[in-house]
Design a protein around this ligand. Structure first.
Ligand code: ATR
Length: 276
C-alpha cells in the first residue's frame, strides 16, 4: 500500500515541500505520496487525530502549528521539546513522535560551508521562533560562542536563559552589534527584515563585516536580501534561506526513510519552484 506523508499548515497552498519530497520518493523508488493539508488553528487537534487514525507515515508541521501541536503528540524528541516547536512528525508503530529539523538543518547547512564550526563565534540577529531553533541546535552542536542581538532585548535574554545546552553567550544592543561585526566568523540573520516587500531594509548596518565571514540569512524571498548583497560586496561567504529549507527537509526525509537524500537535487527543485 502506498505510504502517506504530508504537511499541515495555514496557509499551505504555496508550500514547496510536496514537490521536493515527491521528487525524492520517485528518485529512491519509495512507494509514497506527500500532500499539502490546509489545517486552520481550530482544526489542529482533529487533524492530528485524523492523520493518526488514517495511519499516516509522517508529516511536516508549519505555521501556525509548530508549538501548538506538541500536546497532541505521543512523544517529543528532547531538542524539539527544548525549542518548543515541532516541524516533523514520524509515525513510530502507531505513535506520533515529534522532532525539530529546522535548527539541526540549519547547522548541517552551515557544516557544508565550514567544517570547524566548534571553534567559531557567531552572532545571531533576531530572537523569534527561527532564531530559537537555530540557537539551541548550534549550542547543542558545541559551537564556541553565540551572541544575540534583537530589537526587543528581553526576548533575546529569555531565549539565552532558557537554553538547556551550555554555550558562552551575551545579548548585545544594535550599536554594539554593528561595531563588533568583525569579531564574528558567523553572522546569522533570522528576522523578517529584508523580505518581500520590504527589500530595502537592513537589520543592522553591515559596514564592519569583514572578508571571509560566513553570513547567512534565512530569507529566500528574495533569494539575496540587501543584507546578503552588502555582505557579499565586502567579501563575505553568503548563504540564503534555501539552504535551511532544503536541509530541514533532508533531515525529515532521513527520519522517515533512513536515507539522507541528494541535497543538490532538492535545491534545484526548490529553485525551480521559486522561479529562479
Ligand atoms: P520567526 O518564527 O520567523 O522567527 P517571529 O517569532 O515572529 O518569527 O520572530 C520575528 C523576529 O524578527 C523577532 O526577532 C523580531 O524582533 P522583536 O522580538 O523585537 O519583535 C524580528 N523583527 C521582525 N520585524 C522587525 C523589524 N521591523 N525590526 C526589527 N526586528 C524585527
Amino acid at each position: 500500500m502506498k505510504k502517506l506523508f504530508g504537511v499541515i499548515g495555514d496557509p499551505i497552498a504555496h508550500s514547496m515541500s510536496p514537490a521536493m519530497h515527491n521528487d525524492l520518493f520517485e528518485l529512491y523508488g519509495i512507494h509514497a505520496v506527500y500532500l499539502p493539508f490546509h489545517v486552520s488553528k481550530g482544526n489542529l487537534e482533529a487533524a492530528v487525530k485524523g492523520l493518526k487514525a488514517l495511519g499516516v507515515s509522517g508529516f511536516n508541521v508549519t505555521i501556525p502549528h509548530k508549538t501548538e501541536i506538541i500536546p497532541h503528540l505521543d512523544k517529543v524528541d528532547p531538542l524539539a521539546r527544548a525549542i518548543g516547536a515541532v516541524n516533523t512528525v514520524k509515525n513510530e508503530n502507531g505513535l506520533l513522535v515529534g522532532y525539530n529539523t529546522d535548527g539541526p538543518g540549519f547547522v548541517k547547512g552551515l557544516e557544508y560551508l565550514a567544517a570547524d564550526l566548534g571553534s567559531r563565534s557567531a552572532l545571531i540577529i533576531g530572537a523569534g521562533g527561527a532564531s530559537r531553533a537555530i540557537y539551541f541546535a548550534m549550542a547543542q552542536s558545541g559551537i564556541g560562542k553565540i551572541d544575540l542581538y534583537n530589537r526587543t532585548d528581553e526576548k533575546a535574554k529569555e531565549l539565552v536563559s532558557s537554553c538547556p545546552y551550555e554555550v558562552e553567550s551575551k545579548v548585545i544592543d544594535k550599536e554594539t552589534a554593528e561595531k563588533s561585526l568583525a569579531d564574528y566568523q558567523l553572522v546569522i540573520q533570522t528576522t523578517s527584515i529584508g523580505m518581500v516587500p520590504d527589500t530595502e531594509s537592513l537589520p543592522l548596518l553591515p559596514e564592519n563585516l569583514k572578508q571571509n565571514t560566513i553570513v547567512s540569512d534565512i530569507i529566500y524571498n528574495p533569494l539575496q536580501t540587501k543584507f546578503l548583497k552588502e555582505a557579499a560586496k565586502r567579501g563575505a561567504a553568503v548563504q540564503n534561506g534555501v539552504g535551511m529549507f532544503v536541509f530541514q527537509g533532508a533531515l525529515a526525509f532521513e527520519i522517515w526513510t533512513g536515507i539522507f537524500p541528494d541535497i543538490e537535487r532538492m535545491e534545484a527543485n526548490v529553485l525551480r519552484n521559486l522561479g529562479g
